[in-house]
Design a protein around this ligand. Structure first.
Ligand code: ASP
Ligand code: MG
Length: 404
């Protein structure tokens, strides 16, 4: 008998029909001789609607009240799922995050996990019940409701699987798994049978949004293997784990983030500490800087270019303008929105030639590279937004990602 944690996201519980489909799958899993803990999200669209309601009343709603509000989305789903299971004769009981012993710090709307006791989940399982836990929510040490950041039900599921020492953690969503590229952009993208945590992390944070990044980070840190599956069919999904055996796969996938804006800082004094001041002020303003290029200084001035998420561009411009005021020279311009296209693969650690192959594919197709950044398992280029999809396609083909 295995203990299985199944997490169902918003699209998998969006209406009563889908909740009945979830109940049927859960019951089936029990009948195959397993104990099942279910973690659910709010029904698709509910959390966004609640956020919008709060923002209609107040420009900056209080964080504690937001947690009080947003946590009701998941609470609705646990009760409905439990009722749907009762209707088909499967004993089941719902638990809030607090009742499942999910304890967090007090940073409302993005709380961090401190401890997960599981509450009485083991007892309920031994009594033959399915336990349905509200994702996304926990409580702090004084009993206040907290939430784990948007998309946080993924983290609830992975962390519960670790705490309960589950044999399997399945993350059900509305796609079959993780693909070599976005199938809407690359029709011959393939579903990956397996992928390493770190690759998943890069692919997810680079815009191939399948799961909350924090959840994958947690799985990586605590080694909690999991499977991403489709709740709309029975296809095998993608297994995400520490090591992958396929030796000659160097590049696992191509990701694209179309939400980048280029910030150009010119005529900065070419002296030690100038860049440090600019980035310190950006960090104080909580702006996340991505790709950075500095040109060689000349005639006492240097130019600095970097990218930020487009919705932070004005915040970045303001922070840099203030910093340049203090430095006494330099100017800042926001350029057009750009796309960041990346190849990802842990095989890059032991293989060379990835960058040249990627750049050649772009060159042969007349796509200009504006910025480049690399890490141990990833190479990213910034290109014009209109060229982004083409770039993804030609890179995907050049690494034979469409072949088995
Ligand atoms: N309902 C929350 C959200 O929409 C958490 C989740 O779905 O994972 O962000
Ligand atoms: Mg989600």
């Amino acid at each position: 008998m295995a203990l299985i944690v199944q997490k169902y996201g918003g699209s998998s519980v969006k209406d009563l029909e889908r909740i009945q489909a979830v109940a049927a799958r859960v019951k089936q899993t029990c009948e195959e001789g397993n104990q099942v803990v279910v973690v659910v999200s709010a029904r698709g669209g509910v959390t966004n609607r609640l956020v919008a309601d709060a923002k209609t009343l107040h420009e900056q709603p209080d964080d504690r009240e937001m947690d009080m509000l947003l946590s009701i989305g998941e609470q609705e789903t646990i009760a409905l799922t439990s009722i749907a299971l009762h209707a088909i004769g499967q004993p089941a009981v719902s638990r809030t995050g607090a009742q499942a012993g999910i304890v967090t710090d007090s940073v409302h709307t993005k709380a961090r996990l401190i401890d997960i006791s599981g509450g009485d989940i083991p007892q309920q399982l031994n009594d033959g019940k399915v336990v349905i836990v509200a994702g996304f929510q926990g409580m702090n040490e004084t009993g206040q409701i907290t939430t784990l950041g948007r998309g946080g039900s993924d983290l609830s599921a992975i962390a519960l699987a670790a705490a309960l020492k589950a044999d399997i953690c399945q993350i059900y969503t509305d796609v079959d798994g993780v693909y070599t590229a976005d199938p809407r952009v690359v029709p011959n993208a393939r579903k990956l049978p397996e992928i390493a945590y770190e690759e998943m992390l890069e692919l997810a944070s680079l815009g191939s949004k399948v799961m909350q990044s924090r959840a994958v980070e947690f799985a990586n840190k605590h080694d909690v293997p999991f499977e991403v599956r489709n709740s709309y069919n029975n296809n095998p999904g993608t297994i995400v784990k520490a090591d992958i055996t396929l030796e000659d796969v160097v590049v696992r996938g191509v990701a694209c983030d179309k939400n980048q804006t280029k910030v150009v800082v010119s005529e900065l004094p070419d002296q030690p500490g100038a860049a440090a001041k600019v980035f310190q002020d950006l960090s104080d303003a909580k702006v996340n800087v991505d790709m950075i290029v500095q040109n060689l200084g000349r005639d006492g001035i240097a130019n600095l270019t970097f990218t930020v998420a487009s919705d932070e561009a004005y915040k970045a411009e303001k922070a840099v303008t203030e910093c340049l005021g203090k430095l006494g020279r330099g100017k800042v311009d926001l350029a057009d929105r750009m796309a960041k296209v990346s190849v990802v693969g842990i095989g890059m650690r032991s293989h060379s030639g990835v960058a040249s192959k990627m750049f050649t594919a772009l060159a042969e197709n007349g796509i200009n590279i504006q910025l480049i950044s690399t890490s141990e398992i990833k190479i990213s280029v910034a290109v014009d937004l209109e060229k982004a999809d083409d770039a993804v396609r030609v890179i995907h083909t050049s690494f034979d990602l469409d072949k088995e």
